[in-house]
Design a protein around this ligand. Structure first.
Ligand SMILES: O=C(CO)[C@@H](O)[C@H](O)COP(=O)(O)O
Length: 233
């Protein structure tokens, strides 16, 4: 039995949730589960349909994206996952999908405004959208650069990756994360639902206002305790 068996099982079970939640088609997307102490993560193999996945097929790589265990090629997004794990030691799971509504907002290069309490129940900030990659980043190591595009956008907005566990990458698609792969999958499903609600909200009323700051603050304090400072942009 692999010394990474538990990690591979976490990654496998999380990957199998994506088609169940209608977040992926065919071989789109990928999930990884990390062991921050050992500096490795297990990730879906590239191009393998979900119905053909197994625990054994999960590929284990280190935080430089180098394969540690596994015969199959790791996901093409492996370096993006690796950059995030290396720079954000609090996270233990990452999901990348091309879910329809979140990807539509990413292609439109727009952050998802906080229109209602459904959104505020999960995060009290607009869901950020990182700018599309510059040509020289695309011509370089695209997946590696995508990781830094995410990190730098969070720094520029002053966002905390423990508070906001999701992002859209302009002209690409969403990435979510969490302390576990299971939480990252949950965040991907929440993101897709909020993205659909926000699109419909703007279609029904193009002038729909954002949720009142007082209600955003109330949701923030529900999560962080009364009197907690609501400092989100
Ligand atoms: O973002 C992309 C393609 O744009 C990838 O996430 C694919 O959707 C899945 O690639 P593999 O994980 O199978 O390599």
């Amino acid at each position: 039995m692999s010394s990474y068996q538990d990690l591979k099982e976490q990654a496998y079970l999380a990957n199998m949730q994506l088609p169940k939640l209608n977040l992926v088609l065919f071989t789109f997307g990928n999930v990884s589960a990390a062991d921050q102490q050992r500096g490795v993560f297990a990730i879906k193999p590239s191009g393998v349909p979900y119905e053909e996945l197994s625990v054994e097929k999960m590929v284990v790589v280190d935080f430089d994206g180098i394969t540690v265990e596994g015969d199959l090629r790791p996901s093409s997004d492996t370096k993006t996952h690796a950059v995030l794990y290396k720079n954000w030691p609090e996270i233990g799971g990452i999901v990348h999908t091309h879910s329809t509504y979140a990807t539509a907002w990413a292609q439109a290069q727009r952050a998802i405004p906080i229109f209602g309490t459904t959104h505020a129940d999960h995060l009290t900030a607009d869901i950020p959208c990182a700018p599309p990659m510059e040509d020289e980043m695309i011509k370089g190591d695209y997946e590696y650069q995508t990781g830094f595009q995410i990190i730098n956008h969070f720094k520029n907005l002053g966002l905390n990756q423990r508070e906001v566990e999701m992002i859209l990458v302009g002209n690409h698609a969403p990435f979510t994360w969490g302390k576990t792969a299971e939480k990252a999958v949950y965040n991907s499903a929440v993101l897709e639902a909020v993205a659909q609600m926000a699109l419909l909200t703007e279609q029904i009323n193009p002038a729909a206002p954002r949720l009142q700051a007082s209600l955003i603050e109330k949701h923030y304090q529900r999560k962080h305790g009364a009197g907690a400072y609501y400092g989100q942009s």
